[in-house]
Write a protein that binds this ligand. Structure first.
Ligand code: NAD
Length: 374
């Protein structure tokens, strides 16, 4: 038997339709007195910022409500200044992966600024399927570099301590965001299954995650108000986020970071374009690990050679992406063909790419993948 090692975090997870109503009680129980909320405009428009304000009353001392995608370093400076000015002792990220990433970035910056005080707890209220709420990582875009570059920061202290999963908050998630962040969740499960640090618990979570996502994603896309499908999809996203948090990702996630940070492709769209190509690239090294994912997507294996099953899996995911009208080529996401060599070079240097289960020895391999995806 192979040994294994993984880190898990002390996190309270509350999952139920209407969970947002439990925020006040959970905050009081934890003794947090001065909270800051990081979020963005859509949460304001949908009234969820007001809900948090009335739940927390005077305990909510600051709101940073204009988080941009991909956590921009210049924005972190502004959010940190607000946090320091208001002496906050806990930070909430509400929305997709970007506001949750911003909350982690602020907590991390506070810890760095004042290393002698207790670390700042992060509370996450996810409204997409991106999975950041479960992890101790955030990506930050260094916008002052030429070209801008997204790097990841990893620290157990920033793993959210309290996570409120409220499927009702996802009822208004637009179809394209539903689809693209749902594929992002699927990608967490796929890369967890073949991760170089996979272990029995991450594998179990990832297989169940694929099953729930495969059952629910298209239903959520077709009818965003279907609470039952939204609930099942959020369970899938939770399991995907859990597996993402406990193992190292590979080529797919590394490339999506490069495409997001440098070519400004929205994260979920980058996932939708790259996932079939990453599975195909890795197939000869990882097919046995991905067979349970194929089964969870109701692909009949029936003695099929694992490589053939991988091609069927690729086709099935491509069909799902196509049915949800997501871009399937990099050219449709604004990437210029002349940018591919530089993007491949950045991909080759990316730490996550270097953790890919199939070793990547030269940037030409990545360039070939990007050209196929273009
Ligand atoms: P996002 O947070 O950038 O949000 C995209 C858009 O969706 C925004 O315009 C937002 O207003 C809108 N939106 C979100 N929830 C909504 C809702 N319920 N109703 C209506 N509109 C809504 O997108 P994302 O894909 O969730 O997150 C991507 C970011 O998260 C990237 O920066 C990515 O790197 C990061 N991420 C990090 C991790 C991690 O483990 N740290 C995991 C996944 C993604």
């Amino acid at each position: 038997m192979d040994g294994f090692r993984y880190i898990s975090y002390a996190q309270e997870v509350i999952f139920t339709p209407g969970a947002l109503a439990q925020l006040r009680e959970a905050v009081e129980r934890s003794g947090w007195q001065r909270l800051m909320l990081c979020t963005n405009h859509s949460m304001q428009v949908q009234g969820y910022v007001d809900t948090v304000k009335s739940a927390l009353g005077g305990r909510l001392v600051a709101v940073f409500d204009h988080v941009q995608p991909h956590v921009q370093d210049v924005q972190v400076d502004g959010a940190l200044a607000l946090a320091l000015e208001n002496q906050m002792d806990a930070v909430i990220g509400m929305g997709g992966g970007s506001p949750i990433g911003m909350a982690k970035a602020v907590a991390y910056a506070m810890d760095t600024t004042m290393p002698m005080r207790p670390s700042i707890p992060v509370i996450a209220i996810p409204t997409t399927y991106a999975g950041s709420e479960m992890t101790a990582v955030y990506g930050i875009t260094r916008s002052r570099e030429k070209p801008p570059r997204k790097v990841t920061v990893n620290d157990p202290k920033i793993a959210p301590r309290l996570i409120l999963y409220d499927p009702e908050l996802t009822l208004d998630l637009p179809p394209q965001m539903t689809a693209s962040t749902g594929v992002n969740a699927l990608a967490h499960c796929i890369e967890a299954l073949y991760s170089i640090t996979r272990h029995p618990a991450s594998t179990a979570a990832a297989i169940r995650g694929v099953g729930h996502i495969s059952n629910a994603l298209l239903r959520c896309y077709r009818d965003g108000k279907d609470l039952e499908a939204r609930t099942e999809m959020l369970i899938g996203a939770h399991l995907a986020g859990w597996s993402l948090a406990s193992v190292k990702m590979g080529l797919h996630h590394g490339l999506c970071h490069v495409l997001g940070g440098t070519a400004n492709v929205p994260h979920g769209i980058a996932n939708s374009i790259i996932l079939p190509h990453a599975i195909r690239f890795n197939a000869d090294a990882t097919a046995p690990q991905l067979l349970p994912a194929a089964e969870a997507m109701r692909i009949s294996l029936n003695g099929t050679h694992p490589w053939v099953a991988m091609e069927t899996l690729v086709q099935k995911i491509s069909e799902l992406v196509g049915e949800m009208q997501l871009p399937q080529r990099l050219r449709d996401a604004g990437v210029k063909v002349s940018d591919l060599p530089d993007l491949a070079q950045l991909g080759f240097q990316n730490r996550t790419v270097q953790n890919n289960p199939k070793p990547i020895t030269e940037s030409a391999q990545i360039e070939a993948l990007l050209r196929a995806a273009w």
